[in-house]
Design a protein around this ligand. Structure first.
Ligand code: ATP
Ligand code: MG
Length: 247
């Protein structure tokens, strides 16, 4: 469904991505794990064209794009098919929850206001935020804001949603709320790429895991296989520090 090949990206002569191949199939949930600085966020930013890759090819829905040359028009088109949920919720502070969800529907999708409102009501219900739909972000907890951000992404009905550590700014209780919503989306067959430190969530909700370090994919595979029986010593070391030992 979405595939990238040979992504390279440098910042000031330091190569941060050194030829990443990555793909997500329809209805797959791919967990991207790896130490801080390994290039996970940069990978998502290149895939979403917030950063321009120095090399790489993207295949989306069967069409292929040179990531260094893709036109702004194609970028707009590709971005319409992707949803984004980042660590810092990025809601418009001067709009209520429901206005935040309606915004993209009305401006980017040109859906009329009443239809947008109905869609927004539906997705806010889904993430458990109906009661607070008229609250401003400043009046919501971090977990609630993040659920609104997820509602905003799913309202646009993207083919794939990219999450970058959606819970890392949240305390454990709020993390659980947000992971609960994501687990539901996974169950419904939403195609997702999730950069996460939540190994429990990855184990339970992801179908495949990709372990990155130093700008390359060290190892990838079905989540359980990768977690329980990693092939590379480096993966084993990383997991032994992050996955709590079994009872
Ligand atoms: N805009 C930028 N300019 C310069 N260097 C950057 C920029 N963005 C990222 N980097 C560097 O690229 C490397 C990878 O960063 P990235 O944010 O992709 O890592 P990460 O795997 O997401 O880490 P974390 O788990 O801490 O979020 C880091 O060394 C970082 O300093
Ligand atoms: Mg990051």
């Amino acid at each position: 469904m979405l595939e990238v090949r040979g992504i390279r990206k440098s910042f000031n002569q330091t190569e941060v991505l050194s030829g990443i191949d990555f793909k997500v199939e329809k209805q797959e949930v791919v967990a991207v794990i790896g130490p801080s600085g390994s290039g996970k966020t940069t990978l998502l930013r290149c895939i979403s064209f917030l950063e321009r890759a120095d090399a790489g090819e993207m295949i989306f829905d069967g069409a292929s794009y040179d990531m260094t040359k893709v036109s702004n028009r194609d970028i707009r088109k590709l971005r319409m098919e992707m949803g984004f949920v980042f660590q810092s919720f990025n809601l418009f502070q001067n709009m209520t929850a429901i206005q935040n969800v309606m915004e993209g529907l009305v401006t980017a999708r040109r859906i009329d206001k009443e239809a947008a409102r109905r869609t927004a009501e539906e997705v806010l219900l889904k993430v458990g935020m109906s009661e607070r739909k008229n609250f401003y972000p400043g009046e919501l907890s971090g977990g609630q804001q993040q659920r609104v951000a997820i509602a905003r992404a799913i309202a646009l009905n993207p083919k794939v949603i990219l999450f970058d550590e959606p819970t890392s700014a949240l305390d454990p209780e709020l993390t659980a709320e947000v992971l609960g919503v994501m687990r539901e989306l996974a169950k419904e067959g939403t195609t997702m790429v999730v950069v996460t430190h939540e190994m429990g969530f990855a184990m339970e909700a992801a179908t495949r895991a990709v372990f990155m370090e130093g700008g390359v994919v060290v190892e990838e595979g079905p989540v359980r296989e990768l977690f329980e029986n990693p092939k590379k010593e480096r993966t084993r070391q990383f997991l032994s520090r992050t996955v709590p030992p079994k009872e």
